[in-house]
Design a protein around this ligand. Structure first.
Ligand code: GDP
Length: 223
């Protein structure tokens, strides 16, 4: 194989960064399945985390930081059909990268396919259980967005335990942080639903987020 700088760069970037997989240190992360039809899932699904957010919220960056691997950004490629990308993390759990939402001009067909995929992932079907937990990402620089508020309400009404991470926290000026956090918490947090401001750029609060996610995904010991 001919080595070029650009092929070396993409291969280096694709290699998991050892010891940096915050969610499951040392675990192998692999793409188990790209799901295009509501209800499909890998065989022997493990406790599943659904990761949701508007397009451009910083989902790929956060997944890369949490999984310590370059998760493919295929979900964002224009023209691709929407899919749920199931990543298997060791033999411990599945993390599902859901399509970004929030484009004002999304057509009816696309919206319905998105809704079918997400509802069957979160709520489960006769083929399998729903998600063990959901991670909703909101952009910490913005006021609460309608599409995020709808997703938040849907999650609250489904009985899936959820956490909210406010992304790009490094980009919020220190003088605005208290006010912005209060606004985001009022819109999205609840007593059983923590909201954490995080930054994939600086790593702020990522270990705490990983800890909360592990706890949500680890079945509690039987009495
Ligand atoms: P996705 O479309 O939700 O997967 O978002 P990406 O991870 O591709 O990020 C979208 C944009 O936000 C890119 O320009 C990133 O560089 C930027 N971004 C992602 N995470 C952060 C962060 O923690 N801080 C800042 N300042 N920018 C970020």
């Amino acid at each position: 194989m001919t080595t070029t700088l650009s092929s070396a760069r993409s291969r280096a970037a694709a290699r998991p960064a050892p010891g940096k997989a915050l969610l499951a240190p040392g675990a192998e992360v692999r793409l188990a399945m790209a799901v295009h039809r509501a209800g499909e899932r890998p065989k022997n699904a493990l406790p599943t985390l659904a990761v949701l957010g508007r397009s451009n919220v910083g989902k790929s960056s956060l997944l890369n930081a949490l999984l310590g691997a370059k998760v493919a950004k295929v979900s964002q490629t224009p023209g691709r059909t929407q899919a749920l990308y199931w990543y298997r993390v060791g033999d411990r759990f599945d993390v599902v990268d859901c399509p970004g939402y929030g484009y004002a001009k999304t057509g009816r067909e696309k919206r319905e396919s998105f809704e079918g995929l997400i509802e069957s992932l979160l709520l489960g079907t006769s083929e399998g259980a729903g998600a063990a937990a959901a991670l909703l990402l909101v952009d910490s620089r913005l006021e609460p967005q309608n599409s995020d508020l709808s997703m938040s309400l849907f999650l609250r009404e489904s009985s899936v335990p959820s956490l909210v991470a406010a992304t790009k926290w490094d980009a919020v000026k220190p003088s605005q942080r208290v006010r912005q956090l209060r606004t985001l918490a009022a819109a999205f947090a609840a007593p059983d639903r923590p909201l954490l401001p995080v930054s994939s750029e600086t790593g702020e609060n990522l270990p705490e987020l990983a800890r909360l996610l592990r706890a949500a995904l680890t079945p509690s010991p039987k009495e």
